[in-house]
Write a protein that binds this ligand. Structure first.
Ligand SMILES: C[S@@+](CC[C@H](N)C(=O)[O-])C[C@H]1O[C@@H](n2cnc3c(N)ncnc32)[C@H](O)[C@@H]1O
Length: 231
């Protein structure tokens, strides 16, 4: 599939690595948040878990500490290098894969859980849907997909206020600087929450919960139905 000349080149996003890596190193509550999310998702020893767009690997390492077999997947070699350092420091094994949402290797119906946090917005909408279909195919029936991203929850005429609120929130809570917010709005592909929900439903996922909380944040818990179950 990757040989097709019309296939989206997701590696074009790699240029933003070092700035993002610097930001992510500052977030010292990330391991607690990751552990809480993984506990909520019921991760068990022996589960096969993938974190796609894993960044510096904090969630991947937490999942490995809980006994899961973890694939830490990212298009950025710089991020995966950080993930490997993280794994070494925390004395856990993770398997890194330099690939993206549109290119990661998988066995169909194999993962017990897939997580993707703040990576999907790197793809334009058509390619988001392609990525979601690949994730669906990779999950075993009955398994969950936990998706978080920057999404718009209102109509375009409300965006100026929302984006400014989001900029203030991100600068205050996540050590972002304004230029990361500007880059996100100008050069990346966040879309409306309702578009994501429709894509997820059309892919076949059952929507277990959706939460639009901090400005422009969407959290979705999805389940791949078992054979014969309704989506
Ligand atoms: C904002 S960071 C989020 C990292 C991590 N998930 C977290 O929440 O801390 C976005 C990550 O997505 C990666 N990325 C960008 N485009 C991607 C793609 N098409 N597939 C997979 N990962 C991608 C970037 O290299 C970066 O590590």
């Amino acid at each position: 599939m990757l040989a097709r000349d019309w296939y989206y080149n997701e590696r074009r996003r790699i240029g933003l690595d070092s700035a993002v890596a610097a930001i992510y190193d500052h977030r010292d509550d990330r391991d607690l948040c990751a552990r809480a999310a993984l506990s909520m998702l019921g991760v068990k020893p022996g589960w096969r878990v993938a974190d796609i767009g894993c960044g510096n690997g904090i969630l991947a390492c937490e999942a490995a500490l809980m006994g899961a077999e973890v694939d830490a997947i990212d298009i950025s070699p710089a991020m995966l290098a950080l993930a490997e350092i993280q794994a070494r420091d925390r004395k856990v094994a993770i398997r890194t894969q330099t690939a993206g949402l549109l290119s990661f290797d998988y066995q169909p119906d194999s993962y017990d859980l897939i997580v993707s946090e703040f990576a999907l917005h790197h793809l334009p909408d058509f390619w988001k849907a392609v990525a979601l279909a690949r994730i669906f195919a990779a999950l075993r029936p009955g398994a969950n997909f936990y998706l978080r991203d920057i999404v718009f929850v209102s109509t375009p005429d409300g965006e100026e206020r929302n984006v400014e609120q989001w900029a203030d929130f991100s600068i205050k809570n996540h050590d972002f600087d304004r230029s990361s917010v500007v880059t996100h709005m100008r050069d990346e592909y966040s879309t409306f929450g309702w578009v994501i929900e429709r894509m997820l439903a059309d892919t076949g996922f059952a929507l277990i919960s959706v939460d639009y909380h901090a400005p422009l944040h969407g959290t979705y818990l999805l389940r791949k139905p078992k054979h014969g179950e309704q989506g």
